[in-house]
Design a protein around this ligand. Structure first.
Ligand SMILES: [Zn+2]
Length: 255
């Protein structure tokens, strides 16, 4: 590695195995942003407990392994409880925590009215709290749903430099860059490969690398390092590598 102290821009800390935390620290990924997600949440309390355990259990655990783990909090579209408005009401109190650097992971999967309402309400909270937002993009109907989300973000007054559109690929990078938003670059086989990143580096250069680790499929908790190693091997400008792997995240999240 040609530089140290990288930042993992989007992971899920409560799913990371302990040895993955140690591997991150050992390889120089000394800071990370952990995004909230409660799959199939039925009750607002599921999110309240999740936010608490992220802060009071998994953050100290990560720190013990050598990773300073910040939080992004919000309702993920894969788990919208029936009483989601109660989460939105209390969200500002949780967001006031000093370890919280963003609202996330939020977004739209199915283009339902419920998802749009939950997304819009959380963008309004992010706008009030002057926090950046980490936005999930789905596997299907991507261009259409990104258009829907950018339209809602625009109406909510979210500036591009506060808006991270994650799991970016060549299909939606034009929309992201036109808005002036920040592409989240999830490095893995089913998202963006290191080769695809370097082939389209001009479009992706303003982005934030991440591994988006979860236990939902085959996954590499330090997948972002594959991109860093590949860029070094291909002789990419070290300033671009540093921006993708650290500096942009530091700036946007205010680390
Ligand atoms: Zn995620």
């Amino acid at each position: 590695m040609s530089f140290r102290e990288m930042v993992e821009g989007h992971t899920h800390g409560h799913m990371l195995p302990y040895d993955a935390l140690e591997a991150m620290a050992k390889q120089g990924v000394s800071r990370a942003v952990s995004c909230a997600i409660v799959l199939m949440a039925q009750h607002a309390e599921s999110y309240f407990d999740h936010f608490k355990v992220m802060k009071d259990f998994y953050r100290p655990l990560a720190l013990a392994a050598g990773v300073n783990m910040y939080s992004a909090l919000g309702i993920h579209p894969a788990g919208i409880p029936a009483d989601w408005q109660r989460v939105v009401e209390v969200l500002p109190e949780f967001l006031a925590g000093e370890e919280v650097v963003a609202v996330g992971e939020i977004g739209i999967n199915q283009d339902s009215q419920l998802e749009k309402d939950v997304f819009r309400a959380q963008l309004e909270v992010a706008k009030d709290r002057e926090l950046p937002v980490i936005v999930h993009t789905p596997k299907q109907h991507r261009e259409y749903i990104v258009d829907v989300m950018l339209d809602i973000a625009s109406k909510a007054g979210i500036a591009g430099d506060r808006l991270i559109i994650d799991h970016a690929h060549t299909d939606i990078i034009g929309q992201i860059n036109d808005y002036g938003a920040i592409p989240g670059l999830t490095i893995r086989e089913q998202n963006l490969t290191p080769e695809q990143l370097v082939e389209n580096l001009e479009s992706f250069a303003g982005g934030i690398l991440n591994s988006d680790f979860s236990n939902l499929f085959n996954n590499n908790p330090i997948g972002m390092l594959d991109a860093v190693d590949y860029m070094i091997a291909r002789g990419v400008d070290p300033a671009i590598i540093a921006s993708l792997a650290r500096d942009k995240a530091v700036q946007v999240y205010g680390l």
